[in-house]
Ligand binder design. Structure first.
Ligand code: AMP
Length: 153
């Protein structure tokens, strides 16, 4: 996951990216979840079919695909079809239908991946402290092995 890495990013109203940024290192920057939705983000481009993904599931409300850099034997991302930056944004602006559809899709994907019997973990990063890298809400589904402690460090 991302660490705080670049200075001088002119975004947001509570930008704290200067905290602990190592000089000269360029790693993925966590996004500012208070910014408006960026139509050019990579998951928006996947939704528009501009970039490919390894699709697992799709319905009216959600698209699920394999993470490009898997951290467990099963590592799937589920994203809503609507333009929402984060869980915070979605829970505030999403319609009841979108939210219900998305939550049901996450559960369905986990079931269809065969993860229920052995268990799995859901993760949704929101903003700076979490290291969220892509500014379109996504829920990670991890499974396929014991997943260890809830948080590293
Ligand atoms: P987060 O740190 O929660 O924002 O997670 C972003 C995730 O998106 C990371 O696990 C990346 O590996 C994954 N990712 C980035 N680009 C792609 C892509 N084109 N296809 C699939 N997964 C991606």
């Amino acid at each position: 996951m991302a660490i705080f890495a670049r200075l001088n990013r002119p975004r947001g109203t509570h930008n704290r990216l200067d905290r602990g940024a190592p000089v000269g290192r360029f790693e993925p920057m966590p996004i500012d979840p208070t910014e408006p939705y960026d139509e050019g983000n990579i998951f928006a481009r996947i939704l528009r079919g501009e970039i490919p993904c390894k699709k697992v599931y799709e319905d009216d409300h959600a698209l699920a695909f394999h993470d490009i850099n898997p951290l467990s034997p099963t590592h799937v991302l589920v994203i809503p079809k609507g333009a929402y930056v984060s869980w915070d944004d979605f829970s505030e602006r999403g319609t009841n239908e979108e939210i219900a559809g998305f939550v049901r899709a996450v559960g369905k994907v986990a079931r269809e991946c065969g993860l229920v019997a052995d268990g799995y973990r859901l993760l949704a990063n929101v903003g700076l402290d979490s290291g969220q890298e892509v500014p379109h809400l996504h829920v990670h589904i991890f499974g396929g092995r014991p997943l260890g402690p809830m948080l590293a460090g």
